[in-house]
Design a binder for this molecule. Sequence first.
Ligand SMILES: Cc1cc2nc3c(=O)[nH]c(=O)nc-3n(C[C@H](O)[C@H](O)[C@H](O)COP(=O)(O)OP(=O)(O)OC[C@H]3O[C@@H](n4cnc5c(N)ncnc54)[C@H](O)[C@@H]3O)c2cc1C
Length: 424
Amino acid sequence: MKRIVVLGAGFGGLEATLELERAFRHQPGSEILLVSEQNYFLFTPLLPQIASSYINPRHIVQPVRDIRGRRRFDFRRDDVRAIDAAGRRVALASGALEYDHLVVALGSRTDYFGIPGAREHTWDFKSLEDAVVLRERILDICEHADHVADPAVRRQMLTFVVVGGGYTGVELVSEMHDFLFHYVAERYRGIPRADIRLVVLEAAPEILRGVHPKLAQHAAKRLRVEGIEIRLGAKVTRCFPDGIEINGSEIISAETLIWTAGVRAHPLVEALPGPHDRIGRVLVNERLQLEGHPEIFVVGDSAAAASAKDAPRVAPVAIAQGKLAARNIAHRERGEPLEGYQYISQGALVSLGMNYAVVDLAGLKFSGYFAWLFWNAVHLYKLVGLKKQLQVAMDWSLAAIFPRDASIVRRPRRCKLCGTDEAS
Ligand SMILES: Cc1cc2nc3c(=O)[nH]c(=O)nc-3n(C[C@H](O)[C@H](O)[C@H](O)COP(=O)(O)OP(=O)(O)OC[C@H]3O[C@@H](n4cnc5c(N)ncnc54)[C@H](O)[C@@H]3O)c2cc1C
């Protein structure tokens, strides 16, 4: 019995598993096993809408067993601790697992570039838990600010700094803007609109790199019109519990710093043998195989493919690579020539909050309300499973009629006023 193991049930790993299932449907002599630390698939593009209380966190995750349905692949929720390429084994929390073929799709982690205080004093925004925790942080700080008499203190509490002007930072700040100005400012009577400040810090000379420059400029203009400060060429040099230093001199006082700026490969990927790029992704050949280990395929955020080193770290790339890795495993088993990966850009869609988006797709560039409707339609279509599609569509519809749900249901973390920060 040949065992094919896929590590990670994100975009790349899930697609690889589903394609393996198709390719090996009529080969009972093979076993397909998907291993992931969570028992669900997370649809990351909608994470900013969790932070802004727009949609329910459960609606953007799909249990792997529900996705599996009647398919025959096995799933194990487990933590991968090590990959022994030479021994063709992976070490899981529950024990060792041998494989004949391995697909590594472990994603990426946040990189703080060694900036002093960044890891300790910023809020990460990568996982479902991060988004839920950030939502509670925003609500918690608003609850406190609501009855602070000193305007200077209140303004500092209501200053939110998003580090990183990429897709994630821009979509997140847009969502936060909607929530703070259209919900909080209308219901928290002690919070004047003028005291809410949203700042995006971007070290590069423009935001939204990868989007057509005209659309990126248009997006920046739109955010500024909404009152969001966009600081370009703003390199973060230090983070504090109550502020952030840029370019080694200027300090912005803020109690909530959110980090969306840097990404590094997963530590297990950095530990794989062979060459790696500057952000720790392993260099694989155009067929997505690890050097010296043709039985190991690496995909998605973990991989720098020889034929597409500059491909962005986005879901469509992970999906295409996951599919290709699965097909190449099938080709190897059948003694057929393997296929090479070519990056084909699928364009860019960026939501700038309620009723506005920019779209750069197949030569078409447009922005505004119809772009926003298009953004919604595409993301709804891409969500896995009819139930989730209906739930998110319902969340969006209800939000057009009723206020968002601003209940804090867990004790907020890292709050000195609630006594939950490390110092208290
Ligand atoms: C906030 C946010 C918003 C984004 N928005 C967009 C967007 O709008 N459009 C877009 O195209 N891309 C977006 N992305 C990027 C996109 O999510 C990634 O490029 C994509 O998820 C990469 O797929 P992957 O399969 O490589 O990794 P992931 O999808 O991250 O999957 C990695 C999997 O590995 C599992 N795993 C990790 N470590 C272990 C371990 N030790 N043991 C077991 N399992 C483990 C994880 O739980 C996860 O299931 C966004 C990312 C974030 C964080």
